[in-house]
Design a protein around this ligand. Structure first.
Ligand SMILES: [Fe+2]
Length: 366
């Protein structure tokens, strides 16, 4: 692929197609001091007011494209930058290959907390692993003074909910959520009733004296892929029907709808929703609901099966950071007579992790 010239036209040639690059598209990308604030990469002009922009002269000089526009502006462009934008290879997440996993996963992606952690190369590696596996574990994180909030705010920004800025996971009398009991929690995604649904959950183990209470994780994308390959009709209906999820307590009623398996515009897996305590499928023809209920039963069996689940014990100081749009999480039952089990949790958005990842990539020139 390359950039070439045809008279005063700039052409992107990707070996199959030749596309003329619009003069305004190029004019918008002028990066000279007068047009762009270098501190924040924001334009110092409004390109929506540009019209009748043409190229007066064009020259390719090795790795640089030199253009003069009919409004008198001349500028140089790095050809590499233009082609990478055309190929969308600038999109960092496209360059990270997701690794779907099941119970045969050999080693949990694990990192050690240390001084200056948030600005370190390890943080870059951690975030990359997070996008590969959908989760990471960080060991030896300070446990005092609700440190989970500092941790979250050092990656991005905490997303508060009606549970507060963070929440304490321990068994309490009259809980408003099953999380606050000592019962087993089957695999689920958090808060599918929220708008938007929290992207990333952080859970910090403060105390764990019980012999049970193992944390469980399932890669929802692995299960969805398995379902597509083995029960395509089930996969299809779960990607089509939008289900309502609802949360009610004395202060609030929250509702949101979405598919149990949501795909993006290219039919790639986008988001998993699963919480059978809170889901309400709409009234549909009986035949369609027959298929839906069979499909939900099947995916529930898969999510709950040992084939897809990993489980491990969180130790004091451990943080698990998991993608709530891809992974399901749960825990095994524990006995409160054995001692304390106390976790603190909070949410951050993908915005936080992506922004930090791009920043660290730029910082380390990766
Ligand atoms: Fe949960």
């Amino acid at each position: 692929m390359k950039i070439e010239l045809n008279n005063k036209k700039v052409i992107f040639n990707n070996n199959q197609d030749k596309i003329e690059i619009h003069p305004i598209w190029l004019r918008e990308r002028v990066r000279d001091e007068e047009f762009l604030d270098k501190n924040n990469d924001q334009r110092l002009f409004d390109p929506s007011f540009l019209n009748n922009i043409n190229i007066e002269s064009a020259k390719i000089n090795n790795v640089t494209l030199e253009l003069t526009f009919n409004d008198g502006v001349s500028s140089k462009f790095e050809i590499n930058k233009l082609t990478s934008e055309f190929l969308d290879s600038e999109n960092l997440l496209n360059t990270i290959k997701q690794k779907f996993w099941d119970s045969t996963l050999k080693k949990n992606p694990t990192y050690e907390f240390k001084e200056n952690f948030y600005a370190s190369k390890e943080m870059y590696d951690l975030l990359k692993s997070f996008y590969e596996y959908g989760f990471v574990i960080i060991k030896n994180v300070p446990t005092k003074n609700n440190y989970i909030v500092d941790f979250a705010n050092s990656i991005g920004s905490v997303r508060p909910t009606n549970f507060g800025e963070f929440f304490n996971v321990k068994s309490v009398p009259n809980p408003n959520d099953l999380a606050y009991t000592s019962l087993a929690l089957p695999p689920h995604t958090d808060n599918p009733y929220r708008k938007p649904i929290p992207c990333i959950q952080l859970l910090h183990c403060i105390e764990n004296e019980v012999s049970g209470g193992f944390s469980t994780l399932v890669d929802g994308f692995k299960v969805a892929t398995y379902l597509k390959e083995n029960k395509s009709k089930y996969f299809e209906i779960l990607t089509k029907i939008k289900v309502k999820f609802k949360f009610t307590d004395k202060d609030v009623v929250l509702e949101n709808t979405g598919q149990l398996i949501e795909l993006d515009e290219q039919d790639n897996l986008k988001q998993i929703r699963f919480n059978t305590r809170l889901d309400y499928v709409p009234v549909l023809e009986k035949k369609q609901l027959d298929l839906y209920y069979n499909a939900r039963k099947k995916i529930s069996e898969l999510y709950n099966s040992e084939k897809f689940r990993i489980q491990f014990k969180l130790m004091p100081g451990d943080i698990i950071m998991m993608d709530n749009h891809r992974l399901l999480h749960g825990r095994t039952i524990y006995n409160t007579n054995e001692g304390k089990r106390y976790l603190q949790g909070c949410y951050i958005d993908h915005d936080s992790s992506e922004g930090k990842l791009r920043h660290l990539k730029r910082k380390f020139g990766l």
